[in-house]
Design a protein around this ligand. Structure first.
Ligand code: NAP
Length: 286
């Protein structure tokens, strides 16, 4: 039987390239997209590039709990089991100067990059449990290495009391995703379901996605792109984690773009810190 993978943010960048490679690897691929029009354009491209047809769209706004729950109910009408779940979508709107709020009233980077994946995993866990060997893959960033002492601000995760910047909010959310990976892998020990995180390196960004950024930012991004790998190249690690038989029992690990396990910060590995971050996260969900 074909394995099924749901990948969020599958209409752009690494997610789209991963969708192409997953389809080529024989998966039934479901791309989670917040915007149906963008999703449909991407879907046609994914079908054409992969030369596969077993790809479909699921509408989901990862910053909205209701949208995620509605999407999971829709998913259950379409499939009986989910083999791979990739939490690829992320909010990193570099043009944003002020925090924005999701429909749930939560700062959108925190809502999309940390709360959303936890709600989605919970909502589709019954489908993953039906897989012979379910795999959950979270996405973090190599940029975290530039912030080795970064912590999740338990008192102010939404930047209500401190100065907001997109990079600060983004790296906090990605650090929380690493910690969520460790926490969930512990919770799922003995079930056969694995949970691993990818440390995405510098990947070429499609700058046309950010029409409102300044000329200086465009210049910085063009410089950055000289030291970046392609989305297609990075997607190979997604495929490795989704398919490789040699890691079918490997869980709670953090992988780099060369498919090698790497370490995260000592803060993120500390059990008390992990529990505190997940207690905070769960306070948004209940
Ligand atoms: N590029 C890098 O250098 C880099 C470095 C480190 C980590 N990463 C991580 O790698 C992953 C993929 O990044 P990328 O470079 O491929 O980025 P990208 O091209 O900007 O793709 C991000 C995707 O997330 C989707 N998304 C954003 N907010 C969403 C929401 N509320 N609900 C549903 N989908 C939403 C976007 O949809 P729309 O098209 O609708 O906006 C888009 O499909 C992300 O987790 C990112 O944090 C990237």
């Amino acid at each position: 039987m074909k394995r099924t993978c749901l990948i969020t943010g599958g209409n752009s960048g690494i997610g789209k390239q991963a969708a192409i490679q997953l389809a080529q690897a024989g998966f039934h691929v479901i791309i989670g997209v917040r915007n149906l029009k963008r999703g449909e354009i991407a879907l046609e491209d994914i079908k054409e590039k992969s030369e596969q047809n077993d790809i479909e769209i699921l509408q989901v706004d990862m910053s909205s709990k209701k949208s995620i729950i509605d999407a999971s109910l829709e998913l259950k009408k379409r499939i009986n089991q989910l083999d791979v779940l990739i939490h690829n979508a992320a909010d990193f709107d570099i043009a944003r100067k002020q925090p924005e709020r999701s429909v749930d009233g939560i700062e959108t980077i925190w809502a999309t990059n940390q709360i959303g994946p936890v709600v989605l995993t919970d909502s589709v866990m019954d489908l993953i449990r039906k897989s012979e060997q379910g795999r959950i893959i979270t996405i973090a960033s190599k940029g975290l290495m530039m912030h080795p002492t970064l912590t999740v601000d338990l008192n102010d995760p939404e930047f209500e009391k401190r100065k907001f910047s997109v990079p600060k909010a983004y790296y906090q959310s990605k650090l929380a995703q690493v910690m969520y990976t460790y926490w969930l892998s512990e919770k799922l020990k003995g079930t056969g379901i694995t949970v691993n995180c990818i440390r995405v390196t510098n990947v070429k960004v499609d700058i046309s996605r950010y029409p409102n950024i300044s000329g200086f930012m465009k210049f910085l991004y063009s410089l950055k792109s000289r030291f970046s790998i392609s989305a297609e190249e990075m997607a190979k690690t997604y495929i490795y984690l989704a398919t490789s038989p040699e890691i079918n029992k490997t869980t709670g690990k953090y992988f780099n773009e060369k498919n090698k396990p790497v370490s995260s910060s000592s803060y993120s590995l500390n059990k008390e810190n992990i529990d505190a971050v997940m207690k905070l996260t769960m306070s948004y969900i209940k």
